[in-house]
Design a protein around this ligand. Structure first.
Ligand code: CAA
Length: 387
């Protein structure tokens, strides 16, 4: 039916499904329980090409397209959204940004190790007092007198993968008086003096994906590690988030699909009042609504992937398509995870089954990389052209 899905797409989807079921399924519950970062499986995902799916082969990636990335990420998240979060940050928030805006030297030095999974990448935009209003940052980067280094100071928060990250794409203010036009992007090596890690955040879900604050105290960033030109940081951050939001939509779809599949199976097996529960109209209504929302999410994701692939060639922005996919898929993931628990009753509430993990993991997809409220703002602004 969807002739844009090629044999190559099906192969990477199958490879991701196989890896998720064999390597991730047996350990997902342990990592959720303990919050341990799954570094071994992440490295193996890198060896299989999952950490840089859209990265050209010359920079260590799989050289595939956005659809391939989305299909693979959905399969990983169908089993464990924590692994999916780490995968999505490496692929879209880190590699995509440097590939699009970096110099040749930056691509060779920083994209290759992250695309192969040898190193972990991160993306840092948010601050304690700057979340949705991303253009208002308190952190600062000041060029030194010799013009060789930026001196960076400040606190960034909610940085996914930060405790394990080797390299971070950082957004900070070089000219605060210019507001969003004063933001500049930098590539930060975390093993240098002046970089400090804050405490790991205790989280409701995606507990195996490590998140923390990071601190800069007179961190010296060489001028050649500036990403793009001074003042272009806000646009770089937003462009990268457009790509990232397709990843989060794909993650949400994986959680929703897993919730639906478990519910269908249970409805076929479980009996009450002398019949299968799938014969009750109230269960049928839940399953039907879940299925419609899952398929609608998938179609919005396909639309966003194709819009991005077209946008790479033409330069056309795909912000609206990416936000529509993220908004609808993330609300679908939350709906499906909630209904899956309801269908399973006490079993759904128990840690004996992964449904309560899906329910906890689903919530973040409505929050990170732009809340549902922000996605609605982006969609409406794209429709009206009004600010
Ligand atoms: N692509 C390119 N340029 C863009 C853009 C995009 N997607 N969105 C905005 N811009 C440009 C605009 O064209 C405008 O350019 P000019 O100055 O030349 O006119 C400029 O950026 C400012 O745009 P806005 O006036 O629309 O900016 P705004 O201040 O009103 O903000 C917003 C818009 C959509 C609310 C934006 O701030 C936003 O998306 N906020 C949410 C931030 C977010 O997602 N944070 C999560 C961060 S990462 C994370 O979750 C953690 C993690 O580790 C995963």
């Amino acid at each position: 039916m969807f002739d844009f899905i090629t044999e190559e797409h099906k192969m990477i989807q199958e490879a991701a499904r196989d890896f998720a079921q064999k390597a991730i399924a047996p350990i997902a519950e342990h990592h959720d329980e303990t919050g341990e970062f799954p570094i071994d499986t992440v490295r193996r995902m890198g060896e299989l090409g999952f950490m840089g799916i859209e990265v050209p082969e010359e920079y260590g990636g799989a050289g595939m397209d956005t659809l391939a990335y989305s299909l693979a990420l959905t399969e990983i998240c169908k089993v464990d959204a924590s692994h999916g979060t780490i995968m999505s940050v490496n692929n879209s928030l880190f590699c995509h940004g440097i590939l699009k805006f970096g110099t040749e030297a930056q691509k060779q030095q920083y994209v290759t190790p992250v695309a192969t999974g040898a190193k972990i990448g991160a993306y840092s935009l948010t601050e304690p007092m700057s979340g949705s209003d991303a253009g208002t940052m308190a952190s600062r980067a000041v060029l030194n007198e010799a013009g060789t280094h930026y001196i960076i100071n400040g606190t960034k928060s909610w940085v996914t993968s930060a405790p394990y990250a080797d390299i971070i794409v950082l957004f900070t203010m070089t000219q605060p008086e210019k507001l969003h036009k004063g933001v500049t992007a930098f590539i930060i090596e975390t093993d240098k003096p002046g970089f400090k890690l804050g405490k790991k955040e205790p989280k409701l879900g995606i507990r195996a994906s490590a998140t923390s604050e990071i601190y800069f105290e007179d961190y010296l960033c060489p001028v050649q590690n500036r990403l793009g030109v001074e003042g272009d940081g806000f646009k770089i951050a937003m462009t990268v988030l457009d790509a990232g939001r397709i990843g989060i939509a794909s993650q949400a779809l994986g959680i929703a699909e897993a919730s639906l599949e478990a519910s269908v199976k249970y409805a076929q097996e479980r009996e009450a009042f002398g019949q299968k529960i799938g014969q009750f109209q109230m269960i049928q209504q839940k399953l039907a609504d879940m299925k419609c929302r899952v398929d609608a999410s998938r179609l919005l994701i396909y639309q966003a992937c194709l819009a991005k692939q077209e946008g790479v060639k033409t330069g056309r922005r795909y912000s609206m398509e990416a936000s529509m996919a993220k908004l609808f898929a993330s609300e679908t993931a939350n709906y499906c995870a909630k209904e899956a628990i309801q269908i399973h009753g006490g079993m759904g509430y128990s840690k004996e089954m992964p449904l309560e993990r899906y329910y906890r993991d689903a919530k973040i997809t409505e929050i990170y990389e732009g809340t549902s409220e922000i996605q609605r703002m982006v969609i409406a602004r794209s429709l009206t052209g009004l600010r």
